[in-house]
Design a protein around this ligand. Sequence first.
Ligand code: ZN
Length: 383
Amino acid sequence: MMLRGMSLHPMLQRALLASVLLLAALVCGPVLAEVTTEAIQPPSETRLPVDLEQELGARWQAGGEIVVFATEDGVVRVGRRATPPTDAAVEHARRAEHFALARKLNLVTAPRVVPMALPLFPEQIELLQRFALSDAGAVWFREMADDTLRLFNQGYLDYDATVWRAHLDGGPRPPLSALITGRLSEAGLFAQDVSVFRIFAYDGIGSMAAAASVRMGRRGFRCQFQMSGEPVDPFAILSHEFGHSRYGDPRSAGLPLGEAQTVARYENPVRLRNGFPPRLVYYLRLEPGRPPITRNPLLMRLLAWRDLPKLRLGDLEAVDGLYCECADAPGLHDCLALLPPASLPVDGEAPRSASSPALPDAERCELRWVAVRVAPRADAEAP
Ligand SMILES: [Zn+2]
């Protein structure tokens, strides 16, 4: 040992020791840690609701490049490089990687992966792929991918150790989509906080959403909306459904104002960019014979439409109309027109024939559609 028998000043001894330790750190550090200097960041711990208008106004939508790396302890981790793409081809590659990740983890392609979920048809997967490569789809698939990054860093996703080994042995760095198997790890299977976002099919037409899923009807989309006759833009519909999920506002689905806001925030921006006119009215359909169980004050009052004192005038500001189906009277009827004129909130404006014999009895009618006006976005209003 170099220092033995020598009487060095304690200060000098300490300085020497420090420099030896520093040297050791310099030699050993980089050998174990694959990535230490690059600015690779994991996704933020908490999700923020997507502001689609703002995202679509930005130059790129896919976010930073996903990079898998090993920590100093040899643990496999994943993050994003902050650098924006150099050109459209690089952006496209990032979007494609997000779709590849979703295809492995989020898209249900086999039966019994999720209870009640039907596997997606190949045409539905193709549609989702085209959506993922579009500007709006890139935003939503980026959010889904960020969840995948979080799950991976928590150790909840199973990955192919031989693929990773090949990289450590000098092979190219695999993309995350090539590393994960699409299954949960042992830890993930038993963890309480795992919630994989799923896209799957159901028997029926159109699409639906919940906080952790988007569902697509196997009979596809309509070409026109049932009530308004407006043309349907499938990408805008998918964006609308993602808007109901945990990446947007999960409390908006099935509620009059929530749906109108979803159209304004998440559907119309996509329609406008795809050359479709914006939707101005949203028609909320109520299932026949199954009144919705709700605590939403507006919907509760609308459901009690026969009891006009409860339906206050102010409530109707956003409501464009209430449409009823009546026994023995085919077609749709304006529910409020079926009520005695004296009890109508807008009294005396348009005197209607109180004794119209053609009108069905309100008691034999059921509210079927609530038409809600889609408010223009406050920040998009003309000056
Ligand atoms: Zn909706």
